[in-house]
Design a protein around this ligand. Sequence first.
Ligand SMILES: Nc1nc2c(ncn2[C@@H]2O[C@H](COP(=O)(O)OP(=O)(O)O)[C@@H](O)[C@H]2O)c(=O)[nH]1
Ligand SMILES: [Mg+2]
Length: 223
Amino acid sequence: MRWGRFGVTQHGRMKIKSAEFDRSATDLKSCPNWNRPEFAFIGRSNVGKSSLINMLVERRDLAMVSGTPGKTKLLNYFIVNEKWCLVDLPGYGFAKATREKRADFNEAVADYIEKRENLRCTFILIDSNLPPQPIDLDFLRWVGTVGSPFVLVFTKADKLSSTSVEKNIAAFMKSLDGWWQELPGFITCSAKTKSGRDEILEVIAESLASKKAERSSGQIADA
Ligand SMILES: Nc1nc2c(ncn2[C@@H]2O[C@H](COP(=O)(O)OP(=O)(O)O)[C@@H](O)[C@H]2O)c(=O)[nH]1
Ligand SMILES: [Mg+2]
């Protein structure tokens, strides 16, 4: 395949020792003032976001807090291993995104993705059971104009045959042809079988490790 698939390589399996709900933020201004690295999750409602977050941290009901009425339009923070955060962003199914323009799907999400310095990577969830959906493509086009790092995650891969999943993914990637010099990386996952878990944790581990290396090499240079 020409496009990027992430593999589990250097860091092995990352251990999740703790995962706690920390807070809900209403907008960028109310996001915590700390330097914990943040990894955000977004997608249409029902794409499998809560299930994926629970699967990643191996907790059955952690992300359910974001499913409770009133919290679905908030940025929900979970602290993992006391060091970094998963941020459950509001879904974008409830408003229409506009191409090229600053997204009007959710002001808080747009602000967060454009400006949050702590944000290392956004995992953009796409339902692998569906052909390419305009709302996902519109969102992705907008993220592309912002230039914020992201990885595509195709969810619920256990529901269809692997041939059908591959077909939907291929169609989705084909829709992105020519948008970037290289097609974005993607991971296929299932909250049910836990496939894709190691790959997502690997992206996180690699990001955490690379910043640490940068910082320590910076210290050496300063010394
Ligand atoms: N078969 C299957 N069902 C899933 C998977 N992930 C989520 N679901 C189901 O899809 C529905 C929506 O999931 P949820 O995590 O609440 O989606 P959210 O709205 O994006 O947070 C629920 O009925 C889940 O049980 C998966 O990997 N495989
Ligand atoms: Mg949810």
